[in-house]
Design a protein around this ligand. Sequence first.
Ligand SMILES: *Cc1c(COP(=O)(O)O)cnc(C)c1O
Length: 460
Amino acid sequence: MTYTDTRDTGAKVDFKTAVMNGMSSATGGLYVPVEFPKIDVSKILKADGSPDFLKAAFEMAKPYVQGEIPDKDLEALIKDAYPFEPKLVQIEDGTYVLELFHGPTCAFKDFGARFMARAMSYFNKDQGSNLHILVATSGDTGSAVGSAFHNVPGLDVTILYPEGKISPLQEKQLSTFTGNVRALRVKGTFDDCQKLVKTAFTDKDLRQKFRLSSANSINISRLLPQGFYYMFASLVARAENPGKDIIVTVPSGNFGNLTSGLIAREMGAPIKGFVAATNSNRTIPDWIATAEYKARPSVETYANAMDVGAPSNYERIAFMYSLEEVRRLFAAYWLDNEGIIKSIRACKDSTGYTIDPHGAVAYKAWKDIKNGALDALEGIDITKPGITPNRPEWAGSAKNAAGVILETADPAKFSAIVKDATGSEPPIPERLQKLMALPDRSIPMENNWEKFKAWLSANL
Ligand SMILES: *Cc1c(COP(=O)(O)O)cnc(C)c1O
């Protein structure tokens, strides 16, 4: 597969280059495959007609690595990456939750990070020097990446996270690694962390001295594997809902997850449309409503893994589709903190299902749409929580559609908020309980490029 650059369509690189560079150092643009081949869906169905997740993963990954990773190695890589699976759970008539938190760090980013770590390790095996991964996190990326790379030979990871802006459990998940994974707690926001990382990648000096790579959702090797579960879930939903449209609602921050959904749809996943659901960081809903893309500082919310004011994958979405196409394909929705609490409670009360604050944003967006929000678009004030006034082409059948809500984290990772909403604490999975006893090893860092650069120079 050939990959091009969102800022230079003349650029042509292979998968290895796209993975190892993370983003284009020449332009600061993001890599995108030049095509999204349709897969033969019959190849991934089991005898009973339901999809096989590992087969879906293999068939979907194959065209993107062809000529660079032989089939036998790809198969082994995928098997090693996914000892767990996504689970599609029906919570009420016409509404499913796609649980993406059954991996080691209890959040969906395990799917992308574990594939990426293995792809990088595969490509690094003949190199004489270490590859240094720099990653900025608003919560869950760092733990997924740290966990996915921990003790992988030839690679080390530096995680930057905004001090005091992630939950104590998330912090434990980042700061307790030993060996090749280090965490810097930055006095700033997630956007500051991301800026420090982006600046490092464009710094000639550093790039001459070290081999650097990224692991944020900007790396294409994280986005492609996230498409696997969209294929899997939409095929299950279609089998159970013949003749109905399938709409996927995606709680979004950097919009990597939603971009993966777009890729899966291009590859033949039976998804009619998407709902882009955000918290009060409504940069994308505002773009869809007004046609003006205005990045802004992030604001803190209860769904803090989505606290992103300048979503990096906007650039890929706008590269792949015109705004008109986006408006036909997506509904967009945003929800404030009060709405998040109410949605967690409403979901529990009416379905019995305990949803986390990120999934709760998607639940509310989908419920409103199911209840006819797309039929009442006049006079909408986009500065108030709710739907944006564009009417996607699937609006007419929305009430009868099958909805898949992505549940991106285990509710136990946000137990204080969930308890506040429902009155009871969700059970903590054993793999999280073990972490709480480990010592914090994070390193303090100013929000200052020169200081960060000096630290990298001394410590990589
Ligand atoms: C990262 C994350 C999101 C947002 O995903 P993007 O790909 O950045 O849009 C949503 N929920 C949780 C729990 C996350 O960790």
